[in-house]
Design a binder for this molecule. Sequence first.
Ligand code: ATP
Length: 321
Amino acid sequence: MSWSSPGGPGRLAGDGAVVARAPAKVNVHLAVGPLRADGFHELRTVYLAVSLFDTVTVRPGDGLALTLTGEGAAGAGADAVPTDRRNLVWRAAELLAERAGVPADATIAVDKSIPAAAGLAGGSADAAAALVALDALWGTHATRGELAALAAQLGSDVPFSLQGGVALGSGRGEQLSPVLARRRWDWVLGIAGEGLSTPAVYAELDRLRAAGRLPDGSDLDSPEPVIAALRSGPVPALAAALANDLQAPAVSLRPALRRALRAATDAGAQASLVSGSGPTVAALAEDEEDAVRLAAVLAGEGVYRTVRAVYGPVPGARLVG
Ligand code: ATP
C-alpha cells in the first residue's frame, strides 16, 4: 500500500473539526453458505444504503478520545455501545494512523441515529465515517482504494458503508461489485427495543442447519432476481425477490419478530423482511407517500420501539459541511 506523505489537515471547520457521515444498510438479498474453515460463512448479498445516517466529528487531540451520543449511548441499556478500544471507530483510528505513519491523535464524537446491534451496520457506518474524517483531519490523503482495504480489515460490512449505493457483496461480504438501481426505493424500518447479536444469529443458523431444520446452504440462492428488480422495478418485482437466510434464525431467537414482520404487511407494506441479522424489520413501500403513511400506521401500533421512513440508494461515507 502506498501512502502519500502527510500533507497537512484537510477540510476544517472553525474549531478544526472535520465532519463525516455514513449510512445504514439493508440487505435486500442475503444468502449464507456453510461455515468456512476460517470461521466465517461465505455470503452472497445485495446491499442497499439507506437514508439513516451516523455522524462522526473529529478534532485535533492528544491521543484518542471517543464520545457517543444518540442511539446506544451510555445509559441506553443492554445495547450500550463501548467507547474504548472495543469500539470500531477506535480501531479504525488506530489502523489508519498505523498504516499512514502518523500519531493517533484525535478527539472523536459519534452521533448515532443508527441503532446498535440492529442489523443495520451501525458500527460499520461509524468506522467508515471515521476513516474518511480522520484521513482529512490528519492529511493522510489515502485513495478510496486504500481506505477500502483498511475497511475490509475492520469488518465485513465496512467496505460497503464506505462505498454506499447498491452493491453485490461476496466473500464475507467485503468483496464488492456495483449494482445498478435506476430508481429510488422507499422503506419503513421497524426498530426493536433490544438488539440481536450477529454471532448469535449465525450460530442459530448453523444449529438449525445441523438439525436438518433448514437447507444446509451449499446451494447459495442467486441474487439475480433482486438485481434485475432493483435495476428496473416495478415495486412488486422487488417485493417478490427479497430474501434473507438470517431471517429464520433471527425469528427463532426472537419469536416476537414474526408478529413484527406481519404487522408491516398487514399495514399495507409490499413486503417485509428482517434486515441483516435483525431484529430491525425492513418494510418495502410503494413510494415516498406510501412510506410516510405506513410509518404513521406502524408507529401507532406499538409493535416497534421506533419507526423510520427511509429511502435508498444513498452515497457511502462522505465529508459534510
Ligand atoms: P451488522 O448489520 O453489520 O451485523 P449490526 O448493525 O447488527 O451489525 P452494530 O450496530 O454494527 O450491529 O454493532 C454490533 C456490536 O458491535 C454492538 O453490540 C457493539 O457492542 C459493537 N460496536 C463496536 N463499535 C460500535 C459502534 N461504533 N456502533 C455500534 N456498535 C459498535
